[in-house]
Design a protein. Structure first.
Length: 415
């Protein structure tokens, strides 16, 4: 059987992940709100559940990836995630059972599903980037990350259409289909994913706990001795605090604030599909233009891009929250999508360029924990504000939480 190049396996893996995610999360808010009956605070608490899971397990799974195998860690992740999403999509059937319905609510079942999902996310977080960087080299990852993000966006276009079609039949179907795609991805990776440049820790067989603890301590020491990594860890905390509030509430904000324009027979499901689809097309074009206009492998380009785009992100988040005009709010959302599509791969490349191979997945996992801490601390606070006052107030607060990241990026530029 012919083998695929490392970068092509990475591209396919993330295209399938993006396809599955787009199928599930284009209409997930409507599923959570209308089918499962969640309120704004419960929406945030669902996010908090997965972040607490990440905080607890992230370092452990990152150490496993650095000690034993990034490939095995990634494959485990895909099967766990597939099972979690299929479970979440099956909640309406479970609550329809008199046995389950009498004991567990849809909200509790969703919390269980998110806990399982969180474990899967920790096995994937850091391991995929560490695997790619070791296999192709640090000098090549920036362009691969940018190209991957473009391919992810293209895959998500198909996912949006599929999501709307499935949700029009039943709101839980996108989760079931997305989970099946993750299972199929796991099978694909078992066959085609190779790991040639990973060096397994020698003591992993004789004394696994000692080997894993040594790997973890090596990662922590590496971060402590590099001020730039300490700064990025702090930035990650504030990014997490901001993203949790916005990602969980933007759909609820549109549903609560606006009466969606009446165009033919378009309902909210179709509207969200259109919003995602057009926004994705715009982001693909913006990314292509940006990487042709600027050399995204240069650290200076990355630093200035992150600084100015983060300022723009704060401004457009506030506009999105406060504008009384439906179409202007959608425009702001699309701009925020462009910003995220450009800055995310740049941040990944900049971070990976600072790391050493032996503790790469561990350090990336610790960074993931920082993001989870931000989401875990900021999310419930923002959720309480949204429930007690207004969702738009919570969204403005989410934007303000990003200001410290701008300050830290500015300090790096000055240095």
């Amino acid at each position: 059987m012919s083998t695929l190049e490392t970068k092509h396996v990475y591209y396919i893996m993330h295209m399938i992940i993006s396809l599955a995610s787009s199928i599930m999360f284009t209409t997930y808010a409507i599923y959570y709100i209308e089918e499962l009956g969640l309120n704004p605070l419960q929406l945030i608490l669902i996010g908090t559940a997965i972040e607490l899971t990440v905080i607890i397990f992230e370092s452990v799974t990152g150490v496993v990836a650095d000690t034993y195998s990034r490939r095995i860690s990634i494959i485990i992740a895909t099967f766990i995630l597939g099972a979690a999403f299929i479970f979440e999509g099956s909640i309406p059937y479970l609550t329809g059972s008199t046995v389950v319905a009498g004991v567990l609510s849809a909200f509790v079942l969703l919390l269980i599903g998110e806990f399982i999902r969180g474990i899967g996310e920790t096995f994937l977080s850091g391991a995929d980037q560490a695997w790619l960087t070791d296999e192709v080299g640090e000098g090549k990852v920036a362009k691969i990350f940018v190209r991957t993000n473009q391919l992810r966006l293209i895959a998500s276009l198909a996912g949006i259409i599929i999501s709307v079609a499935l949700a029009s039949i039943a709101l839980n179907l996108p989760f079931i289909v997305g989970g099946v795609l993750y299972i199929l991805l796991g099978i694909f990776l078992c066959v085609f994913m190779k790991e040639k440049n990973f060096e397994k820790v020698d003591a992993a067989k004789e004394n696994p706990w000692k080997a894993m603890s040594a790997t973890f301590l090596s990662g922590v020491s590496f971060i402590k001795n590099k001020p730039i990594l300490v700064m990025l860890l702090v930035v990650t905390v504030f990014i997490g605090a901001t993203s949790e509030g916005f990602d969980r509430l933007w759909e609820a904000h549109l549903l609560e604030t606006f009466t969606f324009p009446s165009i033919g027979q378009l309902d909210a499901v179709v509207w969200f599909g259109i919003i995602h689809f057009v926004g994705t097309l715009i982001s693909i074009g913006a990314m292509e233009w940006y990487q042709k206009r600027f050399d995204v492998n240069k650290p200076k380009v990355i630093r200035y891009s992150l600084f100015y785009f983060t300022i723009a992100q704060i401004v457009f988040m506030i506009f999105f929250a406060l504008t009384p005009y439906f179409y202007l709010s959608i425009f702001c959302f699309w701009i925020l999508g462009i910003i995220g599509s450009i800055t995310a791969p740049m941040y990944q490349a900049w971070l990976n360029q600072q790391l050493e191979s032996k503790s790469r997945a561990t350090v990336l996992s610790i960074m993931g924990q920082g993001n989870a801490v931000g989401q875990g601390l900021g999310g419930p606070f923002v959720g309480i504000i949204a429930t007690r006052y207004y969702i738009r107030t919570a969204l403005v607060l989410s934007a303000i939480l990003l200001i410290p990241a701008v300050v830290l990026y500015g300090k790096v530029i000055k240095r």
